[in-house]
Design a protein around this ligand. Structure first.
Ligand code: AP5
Length: 214
């Protein structure tokens, strides 16, 4: 399965990605996670992209496309992959299509999770992540058993810098202007799958699996 996950910030892409990759035994490739890891480790790439993430803006295409091109050629992607948060512009989508065509393959589905703006803000503001294993929680919708502590590994939970309300509003605006046009792009290629992200985590996952396996 070669899949991409589309949707506005806070729609539930990362949450669903964790379950989808387990089911299909494919790698989860999140460009947002790659950037955050580089920022944490203070690499040259991290230094270059930090201000874009802090401001809620997209990292320029030229800093993203080669990372993904290299990543999908790795041996663990032989039987497929799930791209979470890539592509985010028409240019990125075109580069991906070209690269896959060179590899003699193509995407199987573009999963588009849609959700009302107010709920997006509530989900992003309440999100908490484990510093140690990256597991995602929500203070209201998916709380850990013990406040501030990861259920899976006991790590400390934190809030992402770009999950402040003002930055989230900016990210949603950027999504509408630069990423939403991809819905039409993949609809025209007849691989678009629309998923209602307002349902529970389990119901959203069921919708995705039903659509992929029907
Ligand atoms: P990225 O990390 O990709 O963030 P995003 O797209 O803004 O998405 P989020 O991670 O905010 O949300 P999500 O949809 O994964 O939601 P989640 O599952 O966590 O990108 C960050 C930044 O990196 C960008 O702003 C940009 O600067 C840069 N970047 C990354 N890729 C790029 C690219 N290709 N090009 C250029 N720049 C790029 O869920 C949210 C919360 O809701 C969680 O707390 C969760 O527990 C909860 N939740 C999830 N599902 C449900 C549910 N069904 N019911 C109740 N609660 C739920």
């Amino acid at each position: 399965m070669r899949l991409i996950l589309l949707g506005p910030p806070g729609a539930g892409k990362g949450t669903q990605a964790s379950a989808i990759v387990k089911r299909y035994n494919i790698p989860h490739i999140s460009t947002g996670d790659i950037f955050r890891m580089n920022i944490k480790e203070n690499t040259p790439l991290g230094k270059e992209v930090k201000h874009y993430l802090d401001a809620g803006l997209l990292v320029p295409d030229e800093l993203v496309v080669d990372i993904v091109k290299d990543r999908i050629k790795k041996s663990d992607c032989k039987n497929g992959f799930l791209l979470d948060g890539y592509p985010r512009t028409i240019k990125q989508a075109e580069v991906l299509d070209e690269e896959l065509a060179k590899m003699g393959t193509k995407l199987d589905a573009a999963i588009n999770i849609f959700l009302d703006t107010q709920l997006l803000i509530e989900r992003a503001v309440g999100r908490r992540l484990c510093k140690n294993c990256g597991a995602t929680y929500h203070i209201k919708f998916h709380p850990p058993k013990q406040q501030g502590i990861c259920d899976k590994c006991g790590g400390e939970l934190y809030q992402r810098d770009d999950d402040k309300e003002e930055t989230i509003k900016k990210r949603i605006e950027v999504y509408i202007n630069q990423t939403k046009p991809l819905i039409e792009y993949y609809k025209n290629r007849e691989i678009l799958v629309n998923i209602d992200g307002s349902q529970s985590i389990e119901n959203t996952f069921d919708q995705i699996i039903n659509a992929l396996e029907k």
